[in-house]
Write a protein that binds this ligand. Structure first.
Ligand code: ADP
Ligand code: MG
Length: 344
């Protein structure tokens, strides 16, 4: 026999009526017919009272469940986990479990939607960025085929332009591959003791011609003589410094100054790359780390930028459990900084 609310109510009511009848047998002057009437009436009254009490409780919880579902429909996730664990009422527990489960699923759906949107935008951005150099190179080559090749001067100029476009395409594809590998976690960092001072000197050497073309001076400052040893992936950290120093030269002023400084702290080094260029307007500051975001589109492209440099920097530093920060004042210059753990 299953314990339905009615059966429970009937059993309890029977018990109450029997107890009442037994109690009344000890009272003087109570006749059998009186006992019978009392037992029957207490059975009926108790049965309905108990039944209604149970049903009211059940209905109340079911009603709460309904309200929860309604809340979820309108996406109100305001119940905290700690209040959920304390309760012993099985209805309430069930109710809360449904809430937590659906809330989690809803969040997963939102995250998937966000990723899908990201993927769609990324694809649109990439195709747009690829189109520019491909169409340019295509245009130059077709013009050459159509007869421009006969004029030596025009030929050399167009070939150089086509080559420049293709170099841009090459840089873009390389950056895209790097970014996608970093995003999917495909590249494993190889941490080892790295001398940032030495790496910076190498980057300066590599960018010597770029700096010379803009008469920009490149300097290093340390608060302690000797090597600046950090725990990092040498190849990736070189990429970070190259990106930041190259940006400082490219977006700085002609005849500007680029200073890389290392500040010693207890457990880490603070690395700062500073320029005295025109700076970045505040409204762009938190967007420059997004892929393909440029403050001045034409200037970035003219200087061979892919718009992916800072996004790559951000990812590499994330993988080093570090964060890049930027401070910039219009006309005063820009400083990018990050921390790296000292090598033991
Ligand atoms: N030192 C800097 N001074 C001024 N603007 C900067 C500096 N570094 C970066 N930026 C701005 O941030 C944008 C994004 O930089 P980045 O991701 O390296 O792309 P890219 O160099 O290919 O344009 C640049 O286009 C530029 O507008
Ligand atoms: Mg760059």
């Amino acid at each position: 026999m299953s314990l339905s609310p009615r059966v429970i109510a009937f059993l309890l009511a029977g018990l109450i009526s029997a107890l009442t009848a037994v109690f009344l047998t000890f009272v003087e002057g109570v006749t059998r017919s009186m006992l019978f009437v009392v037992a029957i009436s207490s059975l009926i009254v108790s049965f309905f009272l108990i039944l209604y009490t149970i049903e009211i409780l059940v209905y109340r919880e079911v009603n709460k469940m309904y309200k929860t579902i309604h809340k979820l429909r309108i996406k109100d996730f305001t119940i905290s986990r700690s209040t959920l664990i304390k309760n012993n009422n099985p209805f309430k527990k069930l109710n809360d479990e449904i809430f937590v489960y659906v809330a989690r699923k809803q969040k997963e759906i939102e995250e998937l939607r966000r990723l899908e949107q990201f993927r769609r935008e990324f694809l649109a951005d990439v195709s747009h960025e690829l189109k520019t150099p491909v169409f340019a190179a295509q245009g130059f080559i077709h013009t050459l085929i159509d007869g421009a090749v006969d004029d030596e001067k025009v030929r050399d100029k167009f070939l150089a332009k086509a080559a420049k476009s293709l170099d841009g395409l090459d840089a873009l594809v390389k950056d895209l591959v790097a970014l996608s590998q970093l995003e999917t976690g495909e590249v494993k960092m190889h941490f080892e003791p790295v001398d940032l001072y030495q790496i910076t000197l190498e980057v300066f050497e590599q960018l010597e011609n770029t700096a010379l073309a803009r008469q920009t001076s490149l300097k290093i400052k340390t608060d302690q003589p000797g090597a600046v040893l950090v725990k990092a992936d040498p190849q990736r950290i070189t990429q970070v410094l190259t990106n930041l120093i190259e940006n400082a030269i490219k977006y700085g002023n002609d005849g500007g100054k680029v200073l890389v400084s290392f500040e010693t702290e207890k457990k880490h080094y603070n690395v700062l790359v500073r320029d005295n260029g025109p700076g970045i307007p505040p409204e762009h500051l938190n967007r420059i780390f997004e892929r393909f975001y440029r403050v001045d589109k034409s200037r970035s492209k003219e200087r061979g930028g892919t718009g992916l440099g800072l996004a790559i920097v951000k990812h590499i530093l994330n993988a080093h459990k570090s964060k890049i920060t930027v401070m910039s004042k219009p006309d005063k210059g820009t400083t990018f900084s990050f921390k790296l753990d000292k090598a033991e």
